[in-house]
Design a protein around this ligand. Sequence first.
Ligand SMILES: *[C@@H]1O[C@H](CO)[C@@H](O)[C@H](O)[C@H]1NC(C)=O
Ligand SMILES: *[C@@H]1O[C@H](CO)[C@@H](O)[C@H](O)[C@H]1NC(C)=O
Ligand SMILES: *[C@@H]1O[C@H](CO)[C@@H](O)[C@H](O)[C@H]1NC(C)=O
Ligand SMILES: *[C@@H]1O[C@H](CO)[C@@H](O)[C@H](O)[C@H]1NC(C)=O
Ligand SMILES: *[C@@H]1O[C@H](CO)[C@@H](O)[C@H](O)[C@H]1NC(C)=O
Ligand SMILES: *[C@@H]1O[C@H](CO)[C@@H](O)[C@H](O)[C@H]1NC(C)=O
Ligand SMILES: *[C@@H]1O[C@H](CO)[C@@H](O)[C@H](O)[C@H]1NC(C)=O
Ligand SMILES: *[C@@H]1O[C@H](CO)[C@@H](O)[C@H](O)[C@H]1NC(C)=O
Ligand SMILES: *[C@@H]1O[C@H](CO)[C@@H](O)[C@H](O)[C@H]1NC(C)=O
Ligand SMILES: *[C@@H]1O[C@H](CO)[C@@H](O)[C@H](O)[C@H]1NC(C)=O
Ligand SMILES: *[C@@H]1O[C@H](CO)[C@@H](O)[C@H](O)[C@H]1NC(C)=O
Length: 862
Amino acid sequence: MRPKWDWMVVILVLLNGGCYCCCGCLEQERTALLEIKAWINHPNGSALEFWVKSLDADCCEWMGVTCRTTKGQVTKISLGDLRAYWDWGYLYMNASLFAPFKELKSLDLSVSNLHGSLACEGWSELKNLEELDLSYNELDGVLPPCLSNLSSLQVMDLSYNHFGGNIASSPLVDLISLEYLAFPGNNFQVPNSFASFSNHSNLKFIWGDDNEVTPESAVEMSTPKFQLKFFSMSNCSSKTRKAEYPNFLFYQNDLKFLDLSYNNFSGLFPSWLVENNTGIQTLIMRDNSLVGTPKLHYPAHNLSSIDIASNKLGGTLRTICSIFPNLEHLIMPDNGVVGTIPPCFQNMSRLQYLDLSNNRLSSGKQELLPLFGISLWFLKLSNNSFEGKISAEFFNSSTPLCYVYLDNNHFFGHIPDSASIEYPLLHFFDISNNHFSGMLPRWLGNISSDIDAIDFSKNQFEGSIPEEFCNLLNLDYLTLSENSLSGSIPSCFNSSQSISHVHLHNNKLSGPWTYAFRNNSYLVTLDLRENGLSGPIPEWIGSLPSLSILLLKQNKFDGPLPPQLCLLKELSILDLSNNEFSGPLPLCLSNLNFSTIEPKSFDVFSYAVFLQSFEPIIHDIDKLPLARLLHRKYKWPALIVKEGIEFTTKRLFSTYKGTILDYMSGIDLSCNKFSGEIPAGIGNITALRALNLSHNKLTGTIPATLSNLGQIESLDLSHNNLNGGIPQQLVELHFLSVFSVAYNNLSGKTPEWKNQFGTFDASSYEGNPLLSGPPLTNESIEIEPQSQPIPDGTVNECREDSFLDMQDFFVSFGVSYTMVVVTIAAVLYINLYWRRLWFYFIEELITGCYYFVLDSFRMFSC
Ligand SMILES: *[C@@H]1O[C@H](CO)[C@@H](O)[C@H](O)[C@H]1NC(C)=O
Ligand SMILES: *[C@@H]1O[C@H](CO)[C@@H](O)[C@H](O)[C@H]1NC(C)=O
Ligand SMILES: *[C@@H]1O[C@H](CO)[C@@H](O)[C@H](O)[C@H]1NC(C)=O
Ligand SMILES: *[C@@H]1O[C@H](CO)[C@@H](O)[C@H](O)[C@H]1NC(C)=O
Ligand SMILES: *[C@@H]1O[C@H](CO)[C@@H](O)[C@H](O)[C@H]1NC(C)=O
Ligand SMILES: *[C@@H]1O[C@H](CO)[C@@H](O)[C@H](O)[C@H]1NC(C)=O
Ligand SMILES: *[C@@H]1O[C@H](CO)[C@@H](O)[C@H](O)[C@H]1NC(C)=O
Ligand SMILES: *[C@@H]1O[C@H](CO)[C@@H](O)[C@H](O)[C@H]1NC(C)=O
Ligand SMILES: *[C@@H]1O[C@H](CO)[C@@H](O)[C@H](O)[C@H]1NC(C)=O
Ligand SMILES: *[C@@H]1O[C@H](CO)[C@@H](O)[C@H](O)[C@H]1NC(C)=O
Ligand SMILES: *[C@@H]1O[C@H](CO)[C@@H](O)[C@H](O)[C@H]1NC(C)=O
């Protein structure tokens, strides 16, 4: 796949920059281009080495330069394209450099590291300029008045700079040829009415997110001369005034895309927006404070995408199908919608993407029937009150579902097991935290070899893990935790699978861990906690080169730890607590550094695409070059899936998601039967944040090298048979918030009562009769009658006392989905890397389950 993106990038650059003429460029223009090169390279850069002085050099063929084919005059200069290949330092904006190009029509200075404010000098000469792109620079100040001389300008892009001032008194109001005006991410004040643009009869495209709209009092706007196709003023609410809708929006008959998200608009759903602007195809009103139920007087036949997430909408969905009959994307999570999914959804034959998560929906008497037979490929109903069973029809229907999230509801019953299920497209399947029961569906493994993630956790599934799951070659994430699964872990999980995160904790799995996952080079997380697994850790454990999180807590594993454990160079969290392991702690543990560079959080993202609604606009504004099409605002809700981890210490409570895994590091061997001494080498694992060796049979002294564990937050050596003194150096551990050496045979003085050690009370030291010093009181030779220095450590007893209850160190995993709105345009121009990613993404769309939206990408076939 990879080489192909490069080709596509090359094609893109050629399309933008090439000149296919043979007529040579003008002498004075070549000289002027070399001045631009000198400006870029000042004082001593080495960019644009292909732009050379020699007389026979045809500057029309230089990268970033386009000429008119007949006369050889430069018509386009694009530093934005060059910047993808060369880096350069700050450039202070100087328009005079471009004045010599008399026929210049397009000047692309995007992402060119331009600084300073625009001086007037030079601009007035560029009378023929039709396109000016200054986006993604560090330009500031107000726009200079002489820009109003650019009377031919049709495309003006000022996105993501630091321009300020009132846009109504800027030279933009004189540029009445403008068709495309983009200025998101600046500090402009933008009067609500846009009255000063009312004579811009060609204006079609206004993109002004992340500025400040200033409400105007009593501006009576006559019908403006412009008819917009695209209007976006997201995140522009005034800090001081209540948000008001721009009143020119009453008359925009051509408007196809409208984004007023993140503005704190309040009140009822603005039905007039769709009623009076009848052409709207995409409406984005997410993150406002709208209340009530969307209602219209008559259906909005042209509306295909609506994003009204994160408002305060209530009521039921009953009206949705009648007022928006042709919806393709309905994005309405995080509201207070009640009731059921009404039967009329069956009539929404174009619905592809449905997100109703985080509402208060329920099933009523019906099942999810209304959703059968329509073309949904994304269904997210997480965190509602849906109940009832899921019938075979749900899986059998012709619905091309790829992404199914039914988690956090009250669904119950069996997942139907049907040999006839044809379901090849499923990629994500999350039904966690419901009341499903019965056996796991075997057909999943027989049919869906493309599935990426399965989360069946927190249900009541029983029986064994089907061997068929071993057929899921692309499976990345498998979570079956917190069910009642029994039997052994199928040994067929093997190296041909790319599975990397496995969570089976809290089930009734039993038997030895024989060959499951052997030689799997992708496995990163293996969580088998709280089962009944027994026997030793297999010696082949060393064959898991990526294994980073190994959690075997609370099983019946026994025997000594195999030295092969020390081959797991990526290991960063090791929890073997509450088992029956015995023998000495392996000396080789100190060979592991317990910190890794490889990211461990699961991070898959998928996009729902609004591109369809752009297609008409794209065809309309066809004079814009391909790069500009990409530079449009593509707003996609992206679903980012991360593996979450919670890390709790006694005094600090923090929940981190995803990336915490990248720096979390800990060893928990508590509640076993380990014997012998604590290896001094443990002090070499300096990345450790938690070390728990409590409730074992360890003897000897506490190694002073533990004071090298500079990151450690939790250190528990209690309930062993350690003797000697507590190394005074431990007081240097500045992050320590949990510390216990209770119930050993320690003697001498407690560590000096300062730093973190000033925060530990007597319970950290109790049960050591020969220990004295603060915080132990003088008479603290007290020993609780029943407690013995060496606890007998039956698993049960240990469990009650284990760190989990003490909350010293507590990890738990789960997937978390983060819905973010990604503005792809914001990254496309930044550098080549992102462009590649873009093409990678296109490729994914083509090969993956997005087959259904493929049509929208026709525009990319050059
Ligand atoms: C330019 O080159 C000189 C001499 O080689 C060097 O001292 C100076 O730091 C360079 N300046 C920049 C901005 O790279
Ligand atoms: C801008 O460029 C012109 C032409 O190269 C030059 O004469 C002028 O000095 C430059 N102005 C500044 C402020 O650098
Ligand atoms: C426009 O250009 C003319 C000369 O070409 C100049 O005299 C005038 O000041 C310019 N207008 C503005 C607003 O700068
Ligand atoms: C629009 O044009 C009319 C007639 O030329 C003029 O009277 C009016 O002031 C102009 N409006 C703006 C905002 O420039
Ligand atoms: C809104 O704009 C502010 C800057 O004005 C920015 O910091 C913030 O991230 C934006 N919020 C969203 C949701 O885009
Ligand atoms: C949003 O609007 C509501 C009522 O109109 C107001 O109470 C609230 O403070 C506003 N929130 C923000 C973040 O401006
Ligand atoms: C909608 O447009 C009609 C004319 O097409 C106009 O009479 C009506 O006032 C507009 N609605 C609103 C709320 O402005
Ligand atoms: C809906 O869109 C179609 C073409 O896409 C257009 O012909 C029609 O006029 C639009 N409907 C309305 C009510 O604007
Ligand atoms: C679907 O649409 C048809 C025709 O408009 C209508 O007769 C029928 O009642 C609708 N079905 C549902 C379930 O609303
Ligand atoms: C589920 O919804 C409740 C309230 O609507 C919210 O507090 C909670 O965070 C949501 N849970 C998830 C996992 O989104
Ligand atoms: C710990 O590290 C030190 C210095 O790197 C080394 O000399 C020592 O042998 C190591 N100890 C163990 C037990 O690995």
